[in-house]
Design a protein around this ligand. Structure first.
Ligand SMILES: [Zn+2]
Length: 330
């Protein structure tokens, strides 16, 4: 499942004359757009095999019954939900619903949901949510992963953060959307660190060890951490070090004056935000820096001049333009 949005209710599929059906070996796609039905079926089959080889080290046999994929394509936030049941080590009753634009379906939603099916085929039991969602999110496009990392950083030290010992054991989603988003964010943050460090197959072995023993033993055996807290701390340090490196590339000079109310507002709201990201911001009073202001051709206040690695890259009047410029470059 992807948390971004509750799934839109699908229109009745049975007996729908405008609906195309596309069959592959392991999937049956139901979609109103015939071309997209083929693209999704082929993508699902491709990722099923690719994920199996990358995460498990081998292909998996065809399922005896195909997994239906019900597609709701359109200008919606990408999302999906896959359900299946386990009984005595068997998986059955597959059902996948996906929604979003063509691009988000093919590049993020299908790779994500298909990894859940590969893991279900392999483990044949429910996985702890953080690991299942963390690994599935790892397979999404970078565009989708960035805001999830940001949320993980946002909740650090707040009461919204789920303590590590609780997070690792959770088998179910929290009962509110905010809580679900935090579970995804923290789970992905930790999973990404571990997967980047030792690879996908080691992560699968780590989950097997955790199931047979306990989390502390699994972290010690596969990653050399003395316990889960040590692993979690290392993940945060690694991520914040790379944030820091990125941020220190930029320097921002803000020209202000005491009688400019917009300057005052930005100083209160925007500056703490930028500094919290580790950006260097210098505030310069226009009247006291007249030469520099003229050289930079400052004609209104506030004005922001942005430098990247010492090189002047932009001059902006609007603070929201500044936020979006920095977001794009991060
Ligand atoms: Zn998921």
């Amino acid at each position: 499942m992807r948390y971004f949005l509750l799934l839109l209710p699908l229109l009745l599929f049975e007996g729908d004359a405008g609906l195309f059906e596309y069959r592959t070996k392991n999937f049956t796609v139901f979609c109103r757009d015939a071309t997209l039905a083929v693209q999704i079926g082929e993508a699902a089959e491709y990722y099923r095999d690719k994920h199996a080889r990358e995460w498990l080290g081998h292909s998996i046999p065809n399922w005896y019954a195909p997994c239906p994929i019900r597609v709701n394509a359109g200008e919606y936030a990408g999302g999906g939900a896959t359900t299946f049941s386990f009984d005595q080590g068997q998986v059955f009753g597959w059902d996948m619903q996906v929604q979003g634009t063509q691009q988000s379906l093919l590049e993020s939603v299908i790779p994500h949901e298909v990894l859940h099916t590969v893991f279900a085929s392999h483990f044949r039991r429910p996985l702890p949510r953080w690991a299942d969602e963390g690994a599935a999110t790892y397979e999404e496009d970078e565009v989708e992963k960035r805001p999830i990392r940001e949320l993980a950083r946002e909740v650090v030290g707040t009461e919204r953060q789920i303590p590590i010992r609780k997070l690792l054991k959770m088998q179910n989603y929290p009962d509110n959307m905010g809580g679900i988003a935090v579970l995804y964010a923290q789970g992905f943050y930790l999973a990404e660190y571990l997967i980047d460090r030792e690879g996908k197959q080691e992560f699968v072995h780590f989950l097997e060890t955790a199931h047979q023993t306990d989390w502390d033993t699994a972290f010690r055996t596969h990653y050399g951490f003395k316990n889960q807290e040590a692993a979690y701390t290392a993940a945060w340090q690694k991520h914040s070090a790379s944030d820091q490196k990125l941020a220190s590339r930029y320097e921002i000079r803000m020209f202000t004056s005491p009688d400019c109310s917009k300057c005052e507002e930005d100083r209160r709201k925007l500056l703490p935000e930028l500094r919290a990201k580790g950006l260097i911001v210098k505030v310069l009073d226009y009247d006291r820096n007249l030469d520099l202001a003229r050289k930079e051709n400052v004609i209104g206040l506030p004005t922001y001049i942005i430098y990247e690695n010492g090189k002047r890259i932009a001059k902006l009047r609007e603070s929201h333009a500044l936020s979006s410029l920095l977001r794009r470059r991060h």
